[in-house]
Design a protein around this ligand. Structure first.
Ligand code: HEM
Length: 447
């Protein structure tokens, strides 16, 4: 970087990258909000592994980033560490025209009518999960929600139904997901030293899952009712690009993995946060139950929006600059990262009075301005699964609050920490079930 370029960076914390990284891992929201207060709408943070990045917390500047020419903003390369599991054709890893081609193919199954149709599956999966809860059960909601959202992706995206093949696939995919810290290892440590070495074990798990996915793709392609099926894989098998070409098996495999990875933990975490906020707020909880009893879903949707405002799962979209770019008056040099600062914009008092308060009512009068509410990022990389994720969160919350009572086991809201690239409740939102469809498994111990 030249001296002239270096001087164009906005101010920011001056300590070593290791310190900023530790702060971001342990106290991400407090750190970002503190830096914003101190340095203003654009601030520069140096982070280990990510390098120099500029957070942008001004909605007008974010609008400029997310609209118009985005050819100098790359997102795919930032996700490169995920390549071993996602595969080279994943929409998350591509940039430019190849990215747009995949995106156009993937979008239709995640729009309006299609997502509406998935609500029944979500309700069935949730009912089966909640039916297992008994009075006195103690668990972390994040773990239960993780199992539930996995099941939803298996049914909605992979189109799996019950049965032995499904179970086999579920086991194979879970084994890959459970290896996730492994595939984030730096290049140098990725050595297959046999089935007992971490990378070797991961490679074998991945090969087993890939074989099953390819088997499923071939089977589905040959299915007589393919044209009538509504799961995402079947819709993708019928999709054609602008030249009338179908997706190749390799593309299908990579996108299925991408949707599993992008859509399962994120939604589970969003749900854990939703319950952590809602269960501590008797007024909001009572109002939600009343409105649902009256057949009105507006407040339910507002609970989802307010959760994703106060507890966004991703703190900032990520873009690498391939050319210098002027953002809010700063000429930023090529080679750095720019983060539309989702978590900071969501706490701006000029957009959300008393921003720290959980107040779903804010969203009752209509949707927030596009660039003031960004839990799903924006522009040509906006989350493909946004409508599905919101439908899923709404249906799960509806079922839980209308069928059971669960109480948080911690006196204070679960602190927010960073794990990998997502914000998550440090303790996973531990709860105890106090009313359920089924009686207690054992005597309830007073808390
Ligand atoms: C609460 C749950 C979710 C949250 C908070 C979330 C958030 C995000 C964010 C912030 C991005 C990056 C956007 C950007 O860079 O501007 C993203 C991308 C993406 N998400 Fe989600 N997501 C969620 C659920 C899902 C689900 C359920 C799926 C699919 C089943 C999904 C699929 C994707 C894909 C494929 C991309 C990449 C889009 C592209 O690069 O063009 N996400 N998501």
């Amino acid at each position: 970087m030249t001296r002239e370029q270096a001087t164009t960076l906005p101010p920011g914390p001056r300590g070593p990258a290791a310190l900023s990284t530790a702060l971001m891992m342990q106290r991400p929201l407090e750190s970002l909000l503190g830096w914003h207060r101190r340095y203003g709408d654009l601030f520069t943070v140096r982070l280990l592994a990510f390098g120099t990045g500029v957070y942008v917390a001004d909605p007008h500047a974010i609008r400029e980033l997310f609209t118009g020419d985005q050819s100098d903003l790359r997102a795919g390369e930032a996700n490169a560490p995920l390549a071993p599991v996602l595969g080279p054709r994943s929409v998350l890893l591509l940039d430019g025209p190849e990215h747009l081609r995949q995106r156009r193919l993937l979008l239709p199954p995640f729009q309006g009518a299609a997502v509406h149709g998935y609500r029944d599956v979500i309700r069935d999966v949730t009912a089966a999960e909640v039916a297992r809860w008994r009075v006195g059960d103690r668990f972390t909601l994040r773990a239960r929600m993780r199992a539930l959202t996995f099941e939803v992706i298996a049914r909605v995206v992979f189109g799996l139904a019950d049965g032995a093949r499904t179970e086999r696939m579920r086991r194979a995919l879970s084994a890959v997901l459970d290896s996730s810290p492994i595939f984030l290892l730096p290049e140098a440590l990725r050595r297959d030293l046999g089935a007992w070495s971490p990378w070797g074990r991961f490679q074998r798990r991945l090969a087993a899952a890939d074989a099953l996915i390819h088997e499923e793709i071939a089977r589905r392609r040959a299915e007589a009712d393919l044209d009538a099926r509504t799961d995402v894989l079947s819709l993708l098998l019928r999709a054609r690009d602008e030249d009338g070409e179908p997706m190749s098996d390799g593309e299908l495999r990579d996108e299925l993995m991408t949707m599993l990875l992008a859509g399962h933990e994120t939604t589970a975490t969003g749900l854990a946060f939703a319950f952590d906020l809602l269960l501590r707020d008797p007024v909001a909880l009572a109002r939600l139950r009343d409105e649902l009893a009256g057949g009105d879903d507006a407040y339910l949707d507002a609970v989802v929006s307010e959760t994703l405002r106060l507890r966004p799962v991703i703190d900032g979209s990520e873009r690498s600059l391939t050319a210098p770019r002027t953002v809010a008056g700063w000429t930023l040099p090529a080679g750095i990262r720019v983060y539309p600062a989702i978590a900071v914009v969501h706490r701006r008092a000029d957009l959300y009075p008393e921003p720290e308060a959980f107040r779903p009512e804010r969203f009752l009068d209509g949707r927030a301005e596009s660039y003031a509410w960004l839990p799903f990022g924006g522009g040509i990389r906006r989350c493909i699964g946004a409508a599905l994720a919101q439908a899923e969160m709404a249906e799960v919350i509806r079922h839980v609050v209308t069928h059971v009572d669960v109480r948080p086991r911690r006196a204070e809201p679960d602190p927010v920490v960073m794990r990998g690239i997502t914000l998550t409740p440090r303790h996973g939102t531990p709860v105890v079930v106090t009313r359920a469809a089924r009686p207690a498994r054992r005597p309830v111990v007073a808390a």
